[in-house]
Design a protein around this ligand. Sequence first.
Ligand code: SF4
Length: 344
Amino acid sequence: MKIPSMSTISDLQKVEKKLVEIDNFKIMLPIKQEFMAAFKRYEPLARDSTLIATAKKCFRAYFFAMVLAFRLPKNGPPPYFAYGTGYHTFRHILEETFKETGEQGISLARGWEAAKDGWPGDPKITGNSYLDKYSHLTLPYLQVSCAVGFNHWKAEKLKGVIEVIAPEQPFEVTLKDGKTSGGTADQLIRWSGEPWCRDFKTTGMSPEWYERSQLDPKDQFYRYAHGVSGLVGEPLKGLLIETLFQHKVTKTHDGKPYIKSFIVSFTPSQLKRWENEQVVFERMLDICREEDIWPACETFCGNCEYHSICKVGTERGMMAKLEQMFTQKHWDFKNIDNSPPGEI
Ligand code: SF4
């Protein structure tokens, strides 16, 4: 492939219009390919919150995960991922069953069958303190969590205040720089007649820390509010973030999972500012693409899955280790089998 040489941002934007499609998944053509040039590139054209959050964490991590698509650890996903996916599947199937059969379909069994399908096995103690934090996320723990989710869901259905309009609702809208912003909201709902989005989360944080660090500001929720409002043709009232808290048993915690919901909403001026900021952030990524230099942002190294890659002294050594430790799979937010490179 001939790599065009470009020097200005407007030139870059012209190049981005030339796309490569892989099974309907569109990527940006690389502008310059010098760093780890032997690897194919898969940078997604559609921009979602996971992709942007990875770049905001570290440009180099973005390059590894989203441009080169080395995302999935060869020894399987981390335990929190299987747990979070199992819980999401459970809630999704509960809702689908209810849609098909109404109140007669209120049953935990079908959701649980789907949730445990594909369980990779309970986590083993690895000696890696980061992974061992999640050693309590076993199949029995997932089952207890699903039971907690079921009781919460059933109580909501009996009250009848919230109507689920569309589960797993994908959206794509064009931002003012011509880039596509997309995502998949867990649910589009009507709450007391008003349109809302609901997202299901799982976390091991305390509610206080979760509220402080995960709700606002958060690109994902701005993106949903902006994109889904465009989809339904009326402003979303807000987002309902239903979070399942999981814990290890400690001296001060009984370890039982529980649910707490949070409300996040934005004014029109906040959404406008968010869109302006997206345009600026994409221009920063344009510079990385133009130079093919992806700066390390060391503040996050302690919690980064690519730590052992970045410690290698040569580019060739880094490439060998990437291939040894990770599987290449492009990030496509419309494919629900994809694993995000971080806690969900
Ligand atoms: S280890 Fe640090 S520099 Fe390397 S990708 Fe991760 S956050 Fe970036």
